[in-house]
Design a protein around this ligand. Structure first.
Ligand code: AMP
Length: 325
């Protein structure tokens, strides 16, 4: 079944001369690495095709590759790939109206239908894992550079194999990439993990100042003054949410910061048990069962969201305590 979809995707690639690859706003390494890897494998396999990876770039992810600028209203019968994105509203850099053919490749829980061909696998660790499977099962070509990008995306989104969607497929792909393409893992990890000292200090500030409820919900409201004081940028502060897993007695945790330009409260939520995306969806959010986010207009909604997350933790905690007896 999966192989059939992969072959159909390959057929669509073969049949289109112009291909655009987009992903979600506020990209992470998996989103950018998957679009660059897909662009580069198509260019390598079909040098005469015009292939573009689009969306706003992020300077700290420049090492993953440079994105392309296009005016998509001028393209002739382009094929559009949407990667790492379940809902149309969070797409970056394209107008859906300009694309007669859309293919979605994503590992989030299913939300919007985008095209006739959709390869969605909630069990995949990352979109890069899915792109690696596409390349492995079709005549698309790989080289060491593409392999390195796929490796980084898998490592980043699986949180170095910590997330439960890490599977034998993930390890199989990674093992194959390392052995065939001689990846220099320390160099790749330098790109992904090296951080300035002020960020470590800011993480320490969060550790010292977050509130932990008796139900095992941890949260902190990050003001722009706090973020400024430590000299970190807002997206770096948000990404630190991933560094608070496996704290004994903490089952779910959240950060909120305020985006002055868009006038919204940005919430990042993570869990190691309670299902959080169903709560996030009620507050203009969504995501995975254990990694979600939300965007809220009012501060009082943030408090309501946090109360619901606390109640979800309570339900989870009560259940594991009852199961123990
Ligand atoms: P983040 O905390 O921003 O890294 O997001 C974690 C997950 O939640 C990602 O898979 C996002 O795609 C998803 N997510 C974040 N914000 C939203 C939102 N406003 N609506 C739907 N999904 C979201």
């Amino acid at each position: 079944m999966k192989k059939d979809i992969l072959k159909r995707i390959y057929k669509e690639i073969k049949e289109h001369d112009t291909i655009v690859i987009a992903r979600h706003i506020g990209p992470d390494p998996d989103a950018i690495a998957s679009q660059i890897a897909l662009r580069d494998t198509i260019r390598l396999t079909f040098p005469s095709k015009k292939v573009y990876a689009v969306g706003i770039g992020v300077s700290k992810f420049k090492y993953l590759g440079i994105l392309d600028k296009i005016d998509d209203s001028l393209l002739d019968n382009p094929l559009l790939f949407i990667l790492d994105l379940p809902n149309k509203s969070r797409v970056d850099g394209i107008n859906f109206d300009n694309y007669p053919n859309v293919i979605k490749i994503d590992h989030h829980p299913y939300e919007d239908k985008m095209g006739k061909l959709e390869y969605v696998d909630e069990k995949a660790s990352s979109t890069c894992e899915m792109i690696a499977l596409l390349i492995k099962n079709t005549p698309l070509k790989m080289n060491p550079d593409i392999a390195a990008k796929l490796y980084i995306g898998i490592i980043a989104d699986s949180d170095r194999f910590l997330v439960p969607t890490t599977s034998s497929v993930t390890f199989d792909i990674v093992s194959n990439l390392i052995s065939k393409y001689k990846l220099d893992i320390p160099v790749l990890y330098n790109h992904l993990y090296e951080r300035p000292l002020n960020e470590i200090r800011f993480q320490a500030f969060i550790t010292l100042n977050m509130t932990i409820t008796e139900n095992g919900f941890a949260y902190i409201k990050l003001s722009n003054d706090m973020i400024k004081e430590y000299g970190v940028d807002a997206s770096t502060a948000s990404n630190m949410i991933n560094n608070f897993n496996y704290i004994k007695g903490v089952y779910a945790w959240a950060f909120v910061s305020y985006d002055e330009r868009q006038e919204i409260h940005k919430v990042n939520i993570r869990s190691r048990g309670p299902v959080i995306n169903e709560v996030a969806m009620k507050y203009n959010g969504g995501g995975h069962k254990l990694a979600s986010g939300a965007r809220l207009k009012s501060a009082s909604d943030v408090d309501l969201l946090f109360s619901e997350l606390d109640a979800t933790c309570k339900g989870y905690k009560d259940k594991i305590e009852t199961d123990k007896v």
